[in-house]
Design a protein around this ligand. Structure first.
Ligand SMILES: Cc1cc2nc3c(=O)[nH]c(=O)nc-3n(C[C@H](O)[C@H](O)[C@H](O)COP(=O)(O)O)c2cc1C
Ligand code: SF4
Length: 549
């Protein structure tokens, strides 16, 4: 009896109804043939077929239990992000970037009105609220395009970089049109475009905008057949006039310590040519480098990159992990006398084309802690004046730039900010090759959505308007240049009735303090553990002493 009543159960009723209507229509067509019956019959037969497949398939439990109706659930799941974004999200909602943050980029990129009426929507009494101190004697707003010179004493061709540049994003992660538009925008605005680790492609070269050539563990565009680093190929690319700096990627905040695979079907002829790998074969970025294995070898490799490039600024990018490993690199700098011209610190909050959830959510140090740690470590070995620091991690507004410059950055990079300028709507389907805006897809039809001249202009506008906004902020703080910003210029609310200045929250090290033996708990043990000869930590002297007794 129960089985007989099954078709009348609520969860089967839609399927039962479709089957009944299909049968009725079939009979009607048999006795009274007419197109008015045939058309609905086709429709209902299709639904009946779908429902029957749902019932007998074995992959989706919910479809077996709710034939036909469960598809509504799948459709809603599919459009959930859009529903949230379009109907439910407030100005401060939305992750990783709030609607407000995205809007400011769109407005600046389109040269639309970027002002806000009526007052802040932030709760200025909530924990974590931060502000920049203004001056009673503001300066005139600078007209200059803020630049900083990157290149230490060993560098033959220092680069005068904008303080706001396009962060590393590979061709492959980005479409050819996206790479073109970024590079044209960079050329027009006189700022730099980082290639990302996916190679120095023809799309980067076409328009002549300043390039920072990044190489990762796959050594794309400069690799031997076995995947090792090829000095000749690197030299040929790095000597190009367009390349202004060369950068070694050690890690990125969104997936530190994780390699990557571009699956075989995505390794098109174009990508294969850019990377120097075979077409249609999985393209692997190992999680570790083969060109060096110790901190000293890392420094020697940076020196090799500088030499092969003809003396251009050479540096590395990383997200801070074990503190003693970065201090080991500092010891290697001191021991070898080889210093990078720059270091880019990427924050845990950084973006990626694709990464495992555990890596994006829980591995790596957030930008402000990582940046301040590196800044202080370099002060502690008396190297801060010769090594410039870049910073990346959710930097899209002038305030974001000012804040990290106060914590030690000399310049900033933005990846997703420039993606928004290209039209990215944060649909977060970059990894599916179904990017709706043509920014991150290799699908030729979808790429057409991104019209290069229009988006290049937006990239240029976003950069210019953001630097202009920074000039206004800096002037309001009574300063001439953003490099004058210090931790004493910012405060953070840490409880309902307590506020601390950044200078209290991020206490500095004294020049040379690591070399002379610091007692600062943030550094002392890690410094003892660090060795220039290996990344793996040696136990601190204190622990050895305890073990010996
Ligand atoms: C689509 C995409 C691709 C990226 N590819 C690279 C890469 O090839 N090399 C790299 O060092 N970082 C890469 N990154 C990280 C960015 O350069 C940047 O460090 C990080 O996203 C933080 O900046 P953001 O918060 O402005 O996006 C990528 C980020 C995105 C979003
Ligand atoms: S629109 Fe969506 S898929 Fe395209 S780049 Fe932006 S987040 Fe990625």
């Amino acid at each position: 009896m129960r089985t007989l009543l099954l078709p009348l159960r609520a969860r089967f009723i839609a399927y039962t109804a479709v089957m009944v209507v299909t049968a009725v229509l079939l009979l009607e067509l048999y006795f009274f043939p007419s197109p008015f019956v045939a058309i609905p019959l086709v429709l209902f037969s299709a639904l009946a077929l779908v429902g029957t497949v749902d019932l007998i398939q074995t992959k989706h439990a919910v479809l077996r239990n709710y034939p036909l109706t469960a598809h509504i659930r799948f459709i809603l799941e599919e459009i959930r992000p859009e529903i949230r974004q379009y109907f439910l999200e407030s100005e401060k909602d939305g992750t990783p970037f709030s609607r407000d943050k995205r809007a400011i980029v769109y407005q600046r990129a389109k040269q639309a009105l970027d002002k806000r009426p009526f007052g802040t929507q932030n709760d200025v009494y909530s924990n974590g609220y931060e502000w920049l101190h203004h001056s009673m004697a503001p300066k005139a707003v600078a007209k200059e395009d803020f630049r900083i010179v990157i290149g230490g004493p060993d560098c033959a061709e220092p680069y005068a970089a904008s303080i706001f540049n396009i962060s590393a994003m590979s061709f492959g992660a980005l479409s050819p049109n996206a790479v073109r538009a970024l590079n044209i925008g960079a050329k027009k605005g006189n700022f730099a475009h980082d290639t990302g680790e996916g190679g120095y492609s023809s799309y980067h070269r076409e328009n002549g905008g300043d390039i920072i050539w990044e190489i990762g563990s796959g050594y794309f565009s400069c690799r031997n057949e076995d995947g090792t680093f090829c000095a000749e190929k690197f030299e040929a690319g790095a000597r190009s006039k367009q390349v202004k700096m060369v950068e070694l990627k050690l890690s990125q905040g969104a997936k530190p310590g994780h390699g990557g695979v571009l699956p075989a079907p995505k390794v098109t002829a174009e990508i294969a040519a850019a990377r120097g790998v075979p077409i249609g074969v999985d393209c692997v970025s190992p999680s570790r480098h083969s060109a060096f294995a110790t901190p000293i070898e890392l420094m020697e490799f940076v020196a090799t990159m500088r030499r092969l490039s003809g003396g251009k600024p050479a540096g590395f990018k990383l997200c801070i992990g074990h503190p003693w490993e970065f201090l080991a690199v500092c010891k290697a700098m001191v021991e070898t006398g080889i210093y990078p011209d720059f270091i880019v610190v990427d924050g845990k909050e950084g973006g990626t084309g694709a990464a495992p959830l555990e890596f994006t959510d829980h591995l790596g140090m957030p930008l402000r802690e990582g940046l301040n740690f590196v800044h202080n470590a370099l002060i502690g070995i008396n190297a801060r004046d010769r090594v410039k620091l870049g910073a990346s991690g959710k930097i899209v507004s002038a305030f974001d730039i000012a804040r990290v410059m106060a914590l030690g950055a000399d310049w900033c990079n933005s990846a997703r900010g420039f993606m928004f300028a290209l039209g990215c709507i944060q649909s977060q389907s970059c990894h599916t090759d179904r990017c709706p805006t043509g920014v991150s897809t290799q699908d030729r039809l979808r790429q057409r959505a991104l019209v290069v001249p229009d988006k290049a202009e937006r990239v240029f506008n976003f950069h210019r308007a953001t630097v202009n906004a920074l000039a206004e902020l800096v002037a309001a703080a009574g300063l001439d240049h953003p490099t004058e910003l210090t931790p004493a210029h910012f405060s953070r609310r840490i409880s309902a009735h307590e506020v601390k200045m950044f200078s209290d929250l991020y206490p500095p090290l004294k020049p040379g303090e690591l070399l002379s033996g610091t007692r600062d708990r943030r550094y002392a043990d890690a410094w003892d553990m660090a060795s220039a000869r290996e990344f793996r930590a040696a136990p601190p002297a204190a622990q050895i002493a305890v073990a010996l007794h």
